[in-house]
Design a protein. Structure first.
Lengths: 293, 317, 347
């Protein structure tokens, strides 16, 4: 089971585990570096010398060159800037959608696990039903009802991918419920929501953190797919997915328009998944030593 | 065991009903419906009322629901708002096309996944495992649509060896080779999208089995590596996979929406996407109900298969 | 003394001399066994006694060749029935397992493949070593189950592990071990995971099989009480080394090593007064990654002196069959007790 670091020594050992894992895994280091760079670029974009909007039709479809590192797009805009700004949106959506997803999932999971009884049954039924609908279908259908755009896509992804987290959190809550300190708190009369906030959630935190990092990866993937179908981010905003959708029409002239944003999606998702693995090593120390000594 | 199966079937039925209720409710909440498609603002209220009555829209909601449900059960899925064509007729053509694409890709992916997963799991942390797991990590980060686009570009345009759209070239509907040439790229895209996850699953299952005590006991009694792999671990890994295949049922209808759309493959995918883009609610809802029901049925099938094959559960009742 | 404990032919089956096993875990060296020596003669029931972490399981697995790849074993001598195990290839060693010697383990609940019938567990071993066809193997398997006391073996053969209780599963494992009539059975805490009443039955079964099948047994345990009625010889292990070995009577009535003595004191007696404290051995097992330079028990030993902590003591042979690894002789220990020179570490 996942437990929080017990004391200073334990924490030190976990950090050592992570560092050791990092040392052996060059890809992991590269991934972390990549994430730092890309998040920094996304955050700093407004103050960088980027210009995603100026059109220059004389210079359209320029392949990558020293003036335009990523070339230009179909109406002459600097593609590097467009990709970076697109990344801003993709990462923002990924992050916010993940937060929504985690909040809903933790809420449902803890309440369901802690209260038990008919609340649990109903909530789990809801989870089952929502899980019964293939997400692609569900998400596209719901997007029919919401005005397309940034807010909608965050809501759509966030409110329809929380089921897995809810199940995980519920399972942990169920076992934590039986711990003595929780039973004591209950006995002494501390209200349920306080127990959940102060005792259960901190213990479930490691699970949540790991789920969050893979959650961002999934959210970015989902957003890209939806935007690619035209159901997500709408003009004038663009994300990597919508850039790819646009690039589809121009593949023959400018394949780099399709390759570059896609490559960034792959690298970002890969990096977040690697991050998730590292976090898993941090919170589950037993995963490292495999042997019983 | 029969009791358990019946119990599960009985539990699945209310779920399906709830899904139909939700879908019907969503359909009615939509700001645009079938009547709007058939009437114009110029028509007088009486005409509109007549049309409504003709198609049963003047009835109370629950009767409409029952009639709709009745239609669904009997295979009458209603009509498209946009094309006015029978949805069941459309689906009767489209679903087989989708299955023709997905089934081979899915099966082949699982065959490869089993082989790769077993190899990776039995050589944990050695180079074979690191390679396979590494490729899987990259694989799950690849968006299917991107892979499709790249395939289209390189194989279709640059090298010009494969056609990039559709299922047949006009006039060559009977040619198997032509079909195959159209089939290859979407097939590869789907295969590559199914493979990494499945391989990871098999690998993880294999690693778990190898760490079980019974493996060491077998070693203690002289079993060779091959014997342990083929007589013990394989079985224990394959069994859950076979049951997991039940979950593939919904995939046969909605597993390739994006890929089919990109390649213009005439399956459920483009049909569904067009319906979404055109706000063609009846189609959307039918597919929603259909796919959800298949998920529930798939779960049921998995459970039943598990029940039939795992000796520990057979006895439970 | 029970006549059954007398040796049969008395010839030496297994010689282990100065065996060391080290694991490499993420660049850390873990010394699980640091130079243990034991021997088993035909007809012996040798009990290897020690606490968790003493290295007794690893020692046995080293002999069997059942260690993972990151383990390395060296020994001055590792000979079984005249064959030098160290010179054999991995494949040759594998073919000895189950046939020349067999091992059963602590947890019967997870030791069998849940998806395979009991019968196939047995027939696999039989067909592997005895060149029987399916039908013959089945007959033998039924016979083996009968020998270990499982009723209706013909029916039981086609059942799955989950249909057996813990004790029954352990019997099945013993039956598997018997299949090919090995001369040596190594039982690694075979009863620790079972109920007390079942424990007695299994141990009784082992004794019975030793007599009927002419099989010698190495019984690993941390429970001295189990040992008393069953074994004829005892080796006491601690910190990867054998502290003392001897005949059961010698160990129980005249222990020479402080650790052995402490273990015996720690056994609760029916005569222990209600208000008397149980004597525990204070402290914890020594580190396996950074083993102490001297006697591993020195840290917890109430007689320990500086010499104890500086180097590993040599064995002192007391009788033909008994020796102990301690700086002090028995007389010296008794004298220290009398004078109360013991520094009161156990208290």
């Amino acid at each position: 089971m996942i437990v929080m670091a017990k004391n200073k020594n334990d924490q030190k050992r976990r950090i050592e585990n992570v560092l050791s894992a990092l040392k052996h895994d060059k890809l992991a280091i590269a991934s972390l570096v990549f994430l730092v760079i890309i998040i920094a670029l996304a955050l700093l974009a407004p103050i960088l010398p980027l210009d995603p909007n100026t059109t220059d039709v004389r210079n359209m479809f320029q392949p990558p060159s020293p003036e335009h590192w990523f070339g230009t797009d179909d109406i002459g805009r600097d593609y590097l800037s467009r990709v970076i700004y697109g990344g801003r949106v993709s990462l923002l959506v990924g992050f916010l959608a993940m937060i929504t997803c985690v909040c809903v999932g933790v809420l449902v999971g803890t309440v369901s696990g802690y209260c038990g009884g008919w609340i649990d049954s109903i909530l789990m039924r809801i989870v089952d039903i929502m899980s019964s609908i293939p997400w692609m279908v569900l998400v596209t259908v719901i997007s029919l009802f919401l005005k397309r755009g940034l807010k909608s896509i965050i809501i759509v992804i966030g409110f329809f991918t929380w089921m897995e987290i809810a199940r995980l959190v519920r399972a942990e809550t169920l076992s934590l419920k039986e711990r003595e300190y929780v039973m004591y708190a209950k006995f002494v009369g501390i209200p349920g929501y306080v127990i959940i906030l102060k005792h259960i959630i901190p213990s479930v935190l490691p699970t949540i953190i790991i789920a969050a990092s893979t959650g961002i990866a999934n959210a970015i993937m989902t957003e890209s797919s939806l935007s690619f179908l035209g159901l997500g981010i709408q003009q004038p905003m663009s994300s990597w997915g919508s850039l790819l959708q646009n690039a589809q029409s121009y593949m023959q002239n400018a394949i780099y328009m399709a390759i570059l944003p896609g490559l960034l999606i792959v690298l970002t998702i890969f990096a977040f998944n690697k991050l998730g693995n590292l976090l898993r090593i941090f919170v589950e120390p037993r995963v490292m030593s495999g042997e019983k000594d | 065991m029969a009791k358990y199966i019946i119990k599960r079937i009985l539990a699945a039925i209310p779920m399906v009903l709830i899904i139909t209720v939700i879908c019907f409710a969503l359909m009615n909440l939509a700001p645009y419906d079938a009547i709007d498609a058939m009437t114009t603002p110029n028509m007088s209220p009486e005409t509109v009322a007549l049309i409504k009555a003709k198609y049963g829209y003047d009835q109370p909601v629950y009767i409409q629901y029952i009639r709709w449900l009745d239609g669904l059960i009997n295979g009458n899925f209603g009509y498209s708002i946009v094309t006015h064509q029978s949805i069941s007729a459309d689906l009767a053509i489209r679903i087989p096309n989708t299955i023709k694409l997905i089934l081979p890709a899915y099966l082949l992916a699982y065959v490869f996944a089993i082989i790769l997963g077993l190899v990776a799991g039995s050589h944990k942390n050695k180079w074979a495992d690191k390679l396979i797991d590494g490729l899987c990590s990259i694989g799950i980060a690849l968006p299917t649509f991107w892979v499709s686009m790249l395939l289209m570009y390189f194989l279709g345009y640059k090298l010009n060896i494969l056609p990039i759209v559709g299922m047949h070239t006009i006039g060559q509907e009977n040619s198997l080779i032509d079909y195959f040439r159209h089939f290859l790229m979407p097939f590869i895209a789907l295969f590559l999208s199914f493979l990494p996850d499945a391989t990871r699953y098999v690998r993880s299952s294999t690693i778990t089995q190898y760490s079980e005590d019974y493996v060491m006991v077998q070693q203690a009694f002289g079993a060779s590596k091959a014997e342990i792999m083929f007589k013990h671990v394989c079985k224990n890994v394959l069994l859950p996979i076979i049951t997991k295949l039940g979950m593939a049922l919904p995939m046969l209808v909605t597993g390739a929406i994006i890929t089919e759309t990109i390649f213009g493959w005439p399956g459920v995918g483009p049909y569904f996407v067009k319906a979404i883009q055109g706000m063609d609610y009846p189609i959307v809802m039918v597919i929603l109900v259909l796919s959800s029901t298949l998920v529930i049925l798939g779960n049921l099938l998995s459970d039943i298969l598990y029940c039939l094959t795992d000796p520990r559960i057979k006895d439970l009742g | 003394m029970d006549e059954n404990k007398m040796t049969q032919t008395g010839e030496r089956l297994l010689t282990v001399d100065n065996l060391k096993t080290t694991f490499m875990i993420h660049k850390t060296k873990v010394e699980a066994v640091r130079g243990a020596s034991i021997h088993v003669d035909d007809g012996d029931i040798l009990a290897v006694v020690g606490e968790s972490g003493s290295g007794k399981s690893v020692l046995m697995k080293s002999i069997m060749g059942l260690l993972p790849e990151n383990a390395q074993t060296t020994a001055d001598s590792l000979v079984y029935m005249g064959r030098n195990l160290l010179e054999l290839s991995a494949d040759e060693r594998r073919k000895m397992r189950g046939k020349e010697f067999a091992m059963i383990f602590q947890d019967p609940m997870t030791a069998l493949n849940p998806l395979k019938k009991i019968g196939s567990h047995l027939t696999e071993v039989l067909m592997r070593y005895r060149k029987l066809n399916k039908k013959q193997a089945r007959e033998e398997a039924i016979e083996a189950l009968r020998k270990v006391g499982i009723p209706s073996p013909e029916k039981r053969l086609d059942q799955y592990p989950h249909e057996f209780s813990g004790g029954m599963r352990q019997r099945v494992l013993i039956a598997m071990a018997l299949c090919c009539k090995p001369k040596l059975l190594i039982a690694d805490e075979p009863t620790t995971a079972l109920d007390v009443t079942i424990q007695a039955q299994i141990l009784e079964l082992l004794k019975q099989l030793r007599d009927e099948e002419k099989m010698s047994v190495v019984l690993i345990t941390h429970d001295l009480g189990v040992v008393a009625s069953l074994s004829n010889r005892i080796s006491v292990m601690y910190g990867g080394l054998i502290m003392e070995e001897g005949l059961t009577d010698e160990i129980f009535y005249a222990p020479k090593h402080p650790y052995t003595r402490a273990l015996l004191h720690a056994i609760p007696q029916p005569t222990t007064g209600v208000k008397e404290r149980l004597e525990a051995i204070p402290g914890m097992a020594p580190s396996l990654t950074n083993p102490p330079a001297g006697c591993p028990f020195a840290e917890r030993c109430k007689y320990a002196c500086e010499k104890c902590e500086s180097e590993i003591p040599a064995y002192r042979q007391y009788t033909k069959t008994q020796r102990a690894m301690c700086v002090f002789t028995e007389e010296e220990l008794n004298a220290m007790d009398k004078e109360g020179k013991a520094d009161g570490r156990t208290e």
